[in-house]
Design a protein around this ligand. Structure first.
Ligand SMILES: C[S@@+](CC[C@H](N)C(=O)[O-])C[C@H]1O[C@@H](n2cnc3c(N)ncnc32)[C@H](O)[C@@H]1O
Length: 226
């Protein structure tokens, strides 16, 4: 399977519920599975169950959950297993608000607070990866009242050492007009990022020079930025 760093799926395929807000293309998940060859997949924000359908077709062991069914990825029990791939497609901050449940990531108003929860989620999910496992984060940037919030950039900076691959996905059929509200003078965001994290790469002594570590330690996470 040949996969390049720019992907585009105008047709999302027959996977999951196409009416679910913010659903993604099953063809993307299919290509990721064919490339990384996981034997087991976890989707902790499965929404319209796109990944579930792809895994069923490919015969890959799958567990999927979502807050809409009562599962909170930060506190609910996750099966005591290790997964070869965790496909994490969180809400893009509050661009689509999924519920008024206080645990809902899309229900967090403050950007800093949202990013903190996102980092907590990535940390927790990382504990469920197998030896060869990858954590795939599908994420999009947000523009709000003219300000640009590069969600994926934060993840890349704070997980630089774990970053194994990065893909840009061209977006099609963007339903959320809120993403453009009051932004007529700006370039429309028509892409998402797929960040493939490999926790083993994060071992500081493995391949990261000490000076690099010092540099990244001196960068602050969003809540510390004033
Ligand atoms: C972008 S959607 C995922 C779409 C999915 N990949 C699909 O193709 O349909 C994000 C999902 O995260 C869920 N979510 C939000 N906060 C959550 C939490 N704390 N725990 C688990 N799921 C959460 C929402 O209910 C929503 O279904």
């Amino acid at each position: 399977m040949n996969l390049t760093s720019v992907v585009s799926y105008p047709d999302r395929g027959p996977y999951g519920d196409w009416r679910y807000r913010g659903n993604c293309s099953g063809r993307l998940i299919k290509d990721l599975i064919k490339f990384y060859k996981p034997k087991s997949v976890l989707d902790p924000c499965e929404g319209g169950r796109t990944a579930r359908d792809v895994c069923r077709e490919l015969g890959v062991d799958y567990d999927g959950f979502d807050l809409k069914d009562g599962f909170d990825l930060l506190t609910s029990p996750i099966p005591a297993k290790r997964y070869d791939m965790i496909f994490f497609h969180p809400p893009y901050w509050d661009i689509v608000v999924y519920s008024n449940d206080p645990r809902d990531l899309s229900n967090i108003r403050e950007f800093d607070a949202f990013m903190q929860k996102l980092f907590q989620a990535i940390e927790r999910l990382g504990e469920y990866l197998s030896e060869r496992g990858v954590l795939v984060v599908l994420i999009g940037d947000v523009r709000k009242r003219g300000d640009y919030y590069p969600l994926g950039a934060y993840v890349q900076v704070f997980h630089r050492r774990e970053l194994k691959d990065k893909l840009i996905k061209v977006q099609h059929n963007v339903a959320s007009s809120r993403r453009w509200e009051g932004c007529q003078n700006f370039v429309k965001i028509m892409h998402e990022e797929i960040l493939v994290l490999d926790e083993r790469r994060g071992q500081p002594d493995l391949h990261t020079p000490a000076v690099e570590k010092q540099k990244s330690d001196s960068i602050h996470r969003p809540s510390e930025i004033r």
